[in-house]
Design a protein around this ligand. Structure first.
Ligand code: MD3
Ligand code: FE
Length: 208
């Protein structure tokens, strides 16, 4: 039995959705993914300022950001190779929690060290905004913030622990959100510490 908390309309938190052995198995999958698609440092459009998180992707499309803009593309920006396939256990998570009849196309992998954060932003690079975004957290706890569809809307803070799932759909799909900080030493899952966040996304509008 997993508990399910609706933090605000469309934002559903499933604390401890993955148990320790499922977290470990997912981590093994991700080690294979980043071996084939090495972590890269995304850069802000125009300014070229580096992000504090490192990223990679799996699935048929991956999210990248550089001086020229944000986009989804089918290949790694540095190796030019296609992204590795989405591991079956991620497809299973989508099936179980997304409530959406089409499979995810992209899984963005964000790696946070103790000093990394992610400023308040909206995710709007996807054409299919009917699909939810599903997030899975591994490793150190993050202090996550989510607000409304306007930057100035009130926001709430939620701690995301290793194994937690969070889904964003319907009225929350364009909510502002970000990571205020990582609580170093709060998990023993990652031998070097830090946090991994996965976001599973549908990018293109399904035909029909
Ligand atoms: C709310 N990642 O990759 S996951 C991102 O923990 C991103 O790495 C954060 O924001 C992280 O874009 C937060 C939770 C999340 C993901 C997607 C959302 C919240 C969202 C999309 C719409 C609204
Ligand atoms: Fe986001």
């Amino acid at each position: 039995m997993t508990s399910r908390f609706e933090i605000m309309p469309g934002v559903i938190h499933y604390p401890g959705w993955l148990d320790r052995s499922a977290q470990q198995a997912l981590l093994d999958d991700l080690r294979a993914v980043v071996k084939a698609a090495p972590l890269f440092v995304p850069r802000m459009p125009r300014t070229g300022k580096p992000f504090s998180v490192r990223m990679s992707n799996c699935g048929v499309l991956g999210w990248v950001s550089d001086e020229t803009g944000y986009r989804y593309q089918p290949a790694h920006p540095e190796t030019g190779r296609p992204w590795p396939a989405m591991p079956p256990r991620l497809l299973d998570a989508w099936q179980a929690l997304a409530g959406y009849p089409h499979p995810p196309e992209a899984c963005l992998i964000n790696l946070y060290d103790a000093a990394a954060k992610m400023g308040l932003h909206q995710d709007r690079d996807e054409d299919d905004l009917d699909a939810p975004v599903l997030s899975l957290s591994l490793g150190d706890t993050a202090v996550f913030r989510v607000g409304g569809v306007a930057r100035s809307d009130r926001s709430v803070s939620v701690k995301l622990q290793s194994g937690d799932a969070l889904s964003f759909g319907g009225p929350a799909r364009l909510a502002f959100h970000g990571i205020d900080r990582i609580i170093a030493g709060s998990s023993t899952l990652l031998p070097q510490g830090g946090r991994i966040n996965l976001t599973l996304r549908r990018v293109t509008r399904p035909a029909g």
